[in-house]
Design a protein around this ligand. Structure first.
Ligand code: PYC
Length: 301
């Protein structure tokens, strides 16, 4: 399989540009179901050692269902398939620019959960928007064994998130083990207590917040635990969208106002919201991605 790897504010994306599984045609929701059912070994080879590692997010480029769109993409990671991926979309846009496959400034990229638009400001800096996001429940109490009651919001940003300020320690790399343990315990408690998204979907991303390292450069800092137990090295695109939805719902972010979300490495995604009366909000998220490798993965039995 021919792949191009990139790095978005610290988080890797591996785009499969040829040699991937044949998923046939039809809507991407059907193709992702075929991927899961018949070709899951390919996902594992792309994201697991020895060719990948636990933070690797894969993106299978495919023909869009609707020909007016520029590309179709199915995102996946070391555990399974992602509805959408923000840092990954920025990585895909930078990869398409690297391949000289960008004919318009704004790409329309089809994913299983909707169409995302990716605007390239140059070969690396990208703004993504167009996925409606919303805060589904505010100030939910979760009883977490060994920790106690943790309160937070449940929001959709392209994936389901539980967002909390009940963070056990400063958000920094040295505290990764404690942050991961806390987020894992919250995730298990949500499952055990049957707390889900509005569609019954698993809340599989846990987002802990704390103050930024330097308020001159960021408004907040997060630690995001992804499904598969890897933490997001970037501020998480879909997690930033979920945060923007909660801030707006609580009256803490106005339409057009800038929010700078730092991740655990102090890299930043910039976000704004546009109000969509029926759907919640349409956030924009801006970040940069850089290509790190072009490779052929060799699959010997
Ligand atoms: O950027 O949306 C994101 C994301 C999801 C999982 C890892 N990154």
């Amino acid at each position: 399989m021919r792949v191009i790897d990139s790095h978005t504010e610290g988080e890797p994306t591996r785009v499969v540009i040829s040699g991937g599984p044949d998923l046939g045609d039809g809507p991407l929701t059907e193709r992702v179901a075929r991927f899961r059912e018949h070709h899951d070994a390919v996902r594992q080879r792309l994201t697991h050692e020895p060719r990948g590692f636990d933070a690797m997010v894969g993106a299978l480029l495919c023909e869009p269902y609707d020909e007016s769109r520029d590309a179709g993409v199915i995102f996946f990671n070391n555990r399974g398939y992602l509805g959408m991926c923000g840092h990954g979309t920025i990585g895909v846009a930078a990869t398409l620019a690297h391949l000289d496959r960008v004919s318009a400034d704004a790409l329309r990229i089809e994913t299983p959960v909707g169409v995302v638009s990716a605007t390239l400001h140059d070969a690396n800096r990208v703004t993504i928007d167009n996925v409606a996001s919303f805060c589904w429940r505010h100030d939910v109490a979760v009883d977490v064994p060994t920790i106690g009651t943790v309160r937070g919001d449940i929001a959709w940003g392209g994936n389901w998130f539980f967002l909390t300020n009940d963070t056990p320690c400063e958000i920094k790399l040295e505290n990764e083990a404690v942050l991961r343990r806390t987020a894992t315990a919250i995730h298990r408690a949500l499952i055990a207590q049957g707390i889900t998204g509005s569609d019954g979907g698993e809340i599989d991303h846990i987002e802990l917040f704390g103050p930024p390292a330097d308020p001159k450069f960021a408004d907040s800092k997060n630690f995001v635990l992804c499904p598969g137990k890897a933490y997001d090295r970037s501020p998480c695109g879909t997690g930033t969208r979920a945060k923007l939805a909660c801030l707006h719902a609580a009256g803490n972010l106005k339409e057009g106002e800038l929010w700078r979300q730092a991740g655990i490495l102090d890299t930043i995604f910039e976000g704004t919201v546009k109000v969509a009366p029926e759907d919640g909000i349409y956030p924009t998220v801006t970040g940069s991605a850089f290509v790190t490798a072009e490779a052929d993965l060799i699959l010997a039995p």
